[in-house]
Design a protein around this ligand. Structure first.
Ligand code: MOS
Length: 745
């Protein structure tokens, strides 16, 4: 089908914020200025659990330029109830309160904030704060705490608890001719966005604050600040116009926001607090998990039983939960299934969502187990998955809104050249390297959340769309401009996008891969309302060329409203506005999924990912030389930014497979490799060919614009595909991530 060259939705478009970003015009949270700006440096605690017995700030206060040292002894009073500290995505429990009292809950806990006229004075003074502690026994090892695991008494909102069992999974498992049973683990990972967490609080006078916060949700930070400090909602505005990556770390407000606002209110001046890279490792992380997967099957690999159990770490004060185990129950058809998911308390900060939380970790285990089943039954891994293909969500007993996973397998396999694969492990070599090909499936939930947007069309034919979401590097600015431009037949340059500001129309945080579906639909609905109003005015003009034309017969194209099958009958938007005496047409609308859809259907994005590795067995070095991934995510608004999302997800998946691991010294109860030299993320040299295919998928239920979202799906399954390729290359089955060279030698 030929594309209409005037349309933007569906066409690859460069980021409209790209120039601002590469020229440095785009300011991030730590780059905003104020004439009276003071600088705060966080003093991090030295023990994992216990109490502060004394704090001596005298030497710090004597440093020239130091304004104040805030501790739990002199901080201003804040809200009392947990409720006030609980943000939009807080798990059940008591959120951590910075500088609240003498108690220490985790290593690196902020224990003081030194504020000075300049950064260097604050940093030097921070090194002079003398703190003594009384240490208590701590526990930071999940392996050591797992025996005390528990079912979280309160479920986290938005997270599905383990599905109830169906059939008789234990019985079916033991009766199966083929049984796969193994344990899987993966490391703690830290998000490590390039932009560190930072808040610049501008004191506007009279107790009014403008807060530039590193966050995925300006309204989430706004309500946190208002509730915690008991401020008037109108006195606080939170902005995050540009965000340098987040991956979930920006979903919840972090302690630098609290500290910067506290200091600004106390000092009645502007304050900036920026975390150092090592302090970034005192924030949330992807919790590691201990998983067991059991697959029972017949000799052809048809599943009889799926049993998936996981124990995951959380803090002592909050029950962070994610969905690790449910995926295995509906990705494949199986009559007998059982799931369990428990938590273990650790003396660490609360973990948080990190790109495809739960799915990235649960699917790594299931998809390696499926590869083990393929090897055991002598079935091709793709064929095995087709044999067990699920046509409905058996956990919830619901049909899918759409599912083009079969096409994902077919197109990615074809592109990869999978049919040429010699199934025998260790059979393929190239020079001194073993070559392996592996594959896996990916899945992620497709959400649409309620969101509002405003569209404002001016008489000069320019359009502004606004909604309080964020662009965390995903391309939100650009796709909202594309949607707005098409709705009113404008050029991209005629559309401006306002996001990253708590005062804009209500929006959820940017997360869960739901922004394109949710805010995109909201912009669409608001623009449609403007369009209808414009059309009414156009039709009512004296001698209107559109008189008596029904709305479904007109198109908005090139700044004009025209009769679709008779383009000679048209009128310019600017002419309509002028004739109607209108400066602007403005509409605010809310988009929301039909509740019947959520009730009746299940909706997911899917992928099939194929990886080639080359392994130097003498050195244990693995290179991922080729990846082909096919993704079915409904309508793709912008193939260029969409591809970037998948590339980023795959790169992060390769990091999960081979590099990323936060290691703790359990004697100290502290993460030790808290820097980018020792916490390895893939570098350019680690990344080779990655090819992304978007499979055509029509979904008229998930969202009004047919979008499912794709920020997370790229990471899901990637680590398993790499691990399976390593097995194919070497014959060695590694079930713990990352697969570092010591595990291969
Ligand atoms: Mo995502 S882990 O909801 O940013």
């Amino acid at each position: 089908m030929l594309r209409d060259p005037d349309l933007h939705v569906g066409a690859p478009r460069s980021r409209i914020d790209g120039v601002a970003k590469v020229t440095g015009e785009a300011r991030y949270a730590a780059e905003h200025r104020a004439p009276d700006l003071a600088h705060g440096i966080v003093v991090s605690g030295a023990i994992a659990r216990g109490r502060i017995t004394s704090i001596d700030s005298s030497a710090a206060l004597a440093v020239p330029g130091v304004i104040q040292v805030f501790t739990h002894e002199n901080r201003r009073s804040t809200a009392w109830l947990d409720y006030n500290y609980q943000d939009e995505v807080a798990p059940p429990g008591s959120p951590f309160r910075p500088l609240y009292d003498a108690e220490i809950h985790f290593s690196g806990q902020p224990v003081a904030l030194v504020v000075a006229e300049d950064y260097d004075a604050a940093a030097y003074a921070a090194s002079l704060v003398r703190i003594t502690y009384e240490a208590a026994e701590h526990a930071t090892s999940l392996e050591a705490q797992a025996y005390k695991s528990y079912v979280p008494p309160k479920k986290r909102s938005g997270i599905k608890p383990p599905s109830p069992p169906r059939g008789d999974a234990p019985g079916a498992f033991t009766a199966s001719p083929v049984m796969i049973e193994a344990d899987y683990t993966h490391a703690v990972e830290h998000h490590n966005p390039m932009e560190p967490h930072a808040s610049t609080v501008i004191w506007e006078g009279d107790g009014k604050l403008t807060v530039h916060d590193k966050t995925q949700g300006p309204q989430n930070s706004h309500s946190y600040v208002v509730a915690v400090f008991g401020l008037k909602a109108d006195d606080v505005q939170v902005k995050n116009a540009y965000v340098g990556g987040a991956f979930g770390l920006g979903l919840r407000p972090h302690y630098q926001l609290f500290l910067a606002v506290m200091a600004a209110l106390e000092l009645k001046r502007s304050v900036r607090v920026v975390l150092t890279r090592d302090q970034m490792f005192t924030l949330s992380y992807r919790p590691h998990s201990l998983q067991t997967v059991k697959l029972g099957a017949d000799r052809n690999g048809k599943l009889n039983a799926v049993i998936h159990a996981a124990v995951s770490g959380t803090s002592r004060f909050e029950d962070y939960q994610e969905d690790i185990v449910n995926w295995s129950g509906f990705l494949y058809q199986c009559d007998n299934a059982a799931f369990s998911y428990e938590l273990a308390k650790l003396d660490t900060y609360t973990p948080s969502d990190m790109r495809a939380p739960g799915a990235a970790t649960g699917m790594f285990a299931v998809e390696i187990a499926m590869d083990e089943l393929a090897a055991e039954t002598g079935t091709d891994p793709v064929e095995l998955r087709l044999r067990n293909y699920a046509d409905k969500d058996e956990n919830q007993d619901k049909p899918f809104t759409s599912k083009e996973l079969r096409a994902c397998y077919a197109q990615a396999a074809e592109r990869f050249g999978w049919s040429r694969r010699n199934p025998e492990p260790r059979a393929t070599t190239e020079g001194r390297e073993l070559v392996g090909w592996g594959m896996a499936s990916g899945i992620w939930e497709a959400f649409m959340q309620k969101a509002s947007a405003r569209a404002r069309l001016a008489a000069d034919g320019t359009l502004e769309v606004a909604t309080a979401t964020s662009d965390i590097g995903t391309g939100t600015y650009t796709i909202l401009a594309q949607i707005g431009a098409d709705a009113l037949g404008l050029r991209m340059e005629q559309v401006s996008v306002k996001i990253g500001d708590s005062s804009l129309p209500t929006s959820p945080i940017e997360g869960g891969s739901w922004t394109a579906a949710s805010n995109g639909s909201a912009v669409m609905v608001a623009c449609t309302a403007v369009r209808e109003e414009l059309f009414r005015k156009a039709r009512g003009l004296d001698g209107s060329p559109l008189a008596n034309v029904p709305p479904e017969r007109v198109v908005f194209r090139g700044g004009r409203i025209a009769v679709a099958d008779d383009p000679s009958r048209s009128v310019a938007i600017s002419e309509v506005m002028r004739a109607a005496g209108l400066e602007v047409i403005e509409r605010e609308e809310t988009a929301q999924q039909d509740p019947a859809t959520t009730k009746r259907y299940a909706s997911y994005t899917h992928s099939a990912i194929f990886a080639e590795v080359k392994v130097d067995e003498d050195l244990g070095v693995v290179r991922v030389t080729r990846v082909v991934v096919a993704v079915a995510a409904g309508k793709i608004i912008n193939p260029k930014t969409a591809r970037s999302q998948i590339l980023g997800g795959v790169v992060m998946g390769i990091g999960m497979a081979l590099h990323e691991e936060t290691m703790a010294d359990h004697n100290l109860g502290r993460f030790m490799n808290h820097n980018l030299a020792e916490y390895h993320v893939p570098a350019n040299a680690d990344i080779h060919d990655i090819e992304v295919i978007f499979v055509e998928e029509h979904d008229d239920k998930i969202s009004p614009i047919g979008v499912k979202g794709l920020g997370e799906i790229g990471i899901v399954g990637t680590a398993a595909a790499v691990a399976n390729a390593i097995f194919h290359a070497t014959g060695k089955r590694v079930r713990s991530l990352p697969i570092t060279l010591d595990k291969l030698l």
